[in-house]
Design a protein around this ligand. Structure first.
Ligand code: HEM
Length: 523
C-alpha cells in the first residue's frame, strides 16, 4: 500500500468515526427508552458479543432491569425493543400508519434489488406487493385452490417418515422431522412460485443458494452500525452481489419459460411468477428481472424454515408432554376415525387447534417481528422514537408475560380451550405469533392449516418419542430471522397402519390447468 493510499484510508476511517459520533450525539439528545449505557463509538456491541445469543435475547435478559421498552445501542443506532403487548398495540394499531416502515441495511439492499421486496419496501409498492400476495397467493380462495398441492406434500411427508421407519431394524428409527418437512414444504413452495417442480439438480442448487442467502443476509453486519467497519465488509458485499447473479442464473430458465409459454398446460396456473407478470404491467418502471428474482427468493426463504420449524417444534413439545399427545390422538380417533386427517377436519378438532396455538405461543419460530421503523418522530410509552431507530416487537416476551399467562413457560394446550384468543390479536396482543397491523404475516391461515394437518397425520400414524440426551447443537436465534433451531430429533415407531387416501384432484382455481399433468410432470 503506498503512502497516499494509507493517508486516504486513515482519513476515511477518522471521517466515518466522527460522523458516527455526531450521529450518536444527535440521537442521544432524544428521550429514548432506558437501556445499558452505550460505550463510545461501539455502543453495546461488546455486550452483544459477550452475550452471544443475539440482540433480541440480550434485550429480553435486560427487561427486568430496564423495563418493557428498552434501548440497546448498536454503534450509532438505537435498537428499541418493545416487550410489552399494550405498547405494541399502541404502535402497531393506534399509530400503525407510522410504525410500519422497514429498516434499510446493506445486506437487505443487495438481496432486495434496492429494497423492492415485500419485507423491506415502503409506500405504494409495498401496498401493491401485499395486495398481490394476499389476494393472489395466500388469501382464502387461493389457499383453497392450492389444496391439491398441499395434500400431496402432506402425503409425501408421512411417506418419507414411513420409509425411514421401514428401514429401521428394530422398528424404532430416528428421524429429523425438520429436514423432512422442510424438503416437502420447499418443493410445494417451488411449485407455487414457478408453476412446476424444477428438475432435481436445479432444486438442490436453489436450495443451496437460499441457504447461503440466509447465512449472508441475516448475519449481523457491523458496517450497518459502525460506518468505519464497512471497509472490512468489501468481501461480504461482493458475496451478496455474486449470490444475486447466481439466483438470476438459476431462476431465469424457469421465468423465461413462463414468459414465453403463458397458458402452458403443464404449468400450475396462478403461480407467483404469473402474478408478478401482472404486477409488471402496473409498475413497469419498478419491476424487472432482478426484482422478480429477489421477490422469488424472498417468497421461498421466508416460507420454508418457519413452517417446518413450527411443525418440528410442535411435535417435540408433544413428545415432552405425552398426556397432551395421547389426548390429541384420542380426539383424532373419535372425530376422524381411521382415515387420514384432511384440512376439512381441522375446524372439528379443537384440541388440535389448541395444541398448534400453544406451540406457537411457547415455541414460536419468530421470537420477534421483523425490524420496523417509524416514518416520523413518534412517542411510545412516554419516550421518543426517532426515524433512525430500529424497532423490534418481542413477541416471545408477550407470550411469556406472567401478567397475561399463568405458568407461562409451561406447555398447556388446554388454556386455548378456555380462552378465545385468535392468531391475529383481535382480542388482545398477549398472543401474537404472526405480528399485527399493516405488516402482519400474510400467511397465518396457510401456516396453521399446514401445521395442523401435518401434526395430526404424524400423531395418528406414528408413535413419537424424543431421543434422550440429544443436546441443542444449534445456533439459537439469529437476529431478524424467522429461524429457531430445534434440539429434538424424535424417535418414531409406526402406529397401526393408517390408510392415507389416494389423492383426488379437485378445483385448482380459475387460471389453473390439469392437475394430472402436474402429477405426470413431477413423478
Ligand atoms: C410458522 C410460520 C410463520 C410464522 C410464525 C410467521 C410469522 C411472521 C412474523 C412475526 C412476521 C413479521 C411481522 C412484522 O414484522 O410485524 C412475518 C412476516 C411475513 N411473513 Fe410470516 N410467518 C410464518 C410463515 C410464513 C410463510 C409460510 C409465508 C409465505 C408463504 C410468510 C410470509 C411472510 C411475509 C411476506 C412477511 C412480511 C410482511 C411484510 O413485511 O409486510 N410467513 N411472519
Amino acid at each position: 500500500m503506498d503512502f497516499s493510499m494509507v493517508v486516504t484510508t486513515l482519513m476515511v476511517l477518522v471521517g466515518s468515526i466522527l460522523f458516527d459520533w455526531w450521529y450518536f450525539l444527535k440521537l442521544r439528545g432524544k428521550r429514548l427508552p432506558p437501556g445499558p449505557s452505550p460505550w463510545p463509538i461501539v455502543g453495546a456491541i461488546p455486550q452483544l458479543v459477550m452475550h452471544g445469543g443475539g440482540a433480541t435475547k440480550l434485550a429480553q435478559s435486560l427487561q427486568s432491569k430496564y423495563g418493557k421498552i428498552l434501548t440497546v445501542w448498536l454503534g450509532k443506532t438505537p435498537m428499541i425493543f418493545v416487550c410489552d403487548s399494550e405498547l405494541a398495540y399502541d404502535a402497531l394499531v393506534k399509530q400503525g400508519s407510522y410504525f410500519s416502515n422497514r429498516v434499510k441495511n446493506s445486506s437487505a439492499a443487495s438481496l432486495s434489488s434496492g429494497f423492492r421486496i415485500l419485507t423491506t419496501s415502503e409506500g405504494a409498492w409495498t401496498v401493491a406487493l401485499r395486495k398481490n400476495i394476499i389476494t393472489y397467493m395466500l388469501g382464502s380462495s387461493r389457499v383453497r385452490a392450492f389444496k391439491p398441492l398441499r395434500d400431496r406434500a402432506y402425503e409425501d411427508i408421512v411417506n418419507d417418515v414411513k420409509s425411514v421407519a421401514a428401514a429401521a431394524e428394530d422398528g424404532v428409527a430416528q428421524v429429523n422431522l425438520k429436514s423432512v418437512a422442510y424438503d416437502r414444504v420447499f418443493r410445494f413452495m417451488l411449485v407455487l412460485t414457478f408453476g412446476v417442480e424444477p428438475e432435481e439438480n436445479l432444486i438442490q442448487e436453489i436450495r443451496l443458494a437460499l441457504g447461503e442467502r440466509s447465512r449472508l443476509g441475516f448475519k449481523l453486519n457491523l458496517g450497518d452500525y459502525l460506518s468505519f467497519w464497512r471497509i472490512f465488509e468489501v468481501k461480504h458485499r461482493q458475496d451478496l452481489k455474486h449470490l444475486q447473479t447466481r439466483f438470476i442464473e438459476l431462476y431465469s430458465p424457469l421465468i423465461e419459460r413462463l414468459r414465453r409459454f403463458q397458458g402452458d398446460e403443464s404449468v400450475i396456473g396462478g403461480n407467483y411468477i404469473e402474478t408478478l407478470f401482472q404486477l409488471e404491467k402496473d409498475f413497469p418502471d419498478f419491476i424487472n428481472e432482478s426484482v422478480i428474482t429477489s421477490l422469488c427468493s424472498e417468497f421461498l426463504s421466508i416460507a420454508n424454515h418457519a413452517t417446518s420449524l413450527a411443525m418440528d417444534t410442535t411435535l417435540a413439545l408433544l413428545c415432552e408432554h405425552p398426556e397432551a399427545k395421547e389426548k390429541l390422538y384420542r380426539e383424532i380417533e373419535a372425530v376422524v376415525g381411521r382415515r387420514a386427517v384432511d384440512e376439512s377436519d381441522v375446524p372439528k378438532l379443537p384440541y388440535l387447534s389448541a395444541v398448534v396455538k400453544e406451540s406457537l405461543r411457547v415455541g414460536n419460530p419468530g421470537l420477534s417481528t421483523l425490524p420496523h421503523a417509524t416514518s416520523e418522530l413518534r412517542e411510545l410509552g412516554g419516550y421518543d422514537i426517532p426515524t433512525d431507530a430500529v424497532i423490534i416487537f418481542v413477541l416471545g416476551s408477550f407470550h411469556l408475560d406472567p401478567t397475561h399467562w399463568s405458568e407461562p413457560s409451561i406447555f398447556k394446550p388446554e388454556r386455548f380451550l378456555e380462552n378465545d384468543l385468535d392468531l391475529l390479536g383481535t382480542k388482545n396482543f398477549s398472543f401474537l405469533p404472526f405480528g399485527a397491523g399493516r405488516r402482519v404475516c400474510p400467511a397465518s391461515q396457510l401456516v396453521v392449516l399446514e401445521m395442523s394437518v401435518v401434526v395430526a397425520r404424524l400423531v395418528q400414524t406414528f408413535q413419537w418419542e424424543k431421543v434422550p440426551n440429544v443436546k441443542n447443537t444449534g445456533i439459537g436465534n439469529i437476529e431478524f430471522q424467522l429461524l429457531r433451531l430445534c434440539p429434538e430429533v424424535p424417535d418414531i415407531s409406526p402406529r397401526d397402519e393408517v390408510n392415507v387416501p389416494l389423492y383426488e384432484p379437485e378445483f385448482l382455481g380459475e387460471s389453473s390447468n390439469n392437475y394430472q399433468q402436474y402429477v405426470n410432470l413431477v413423478d
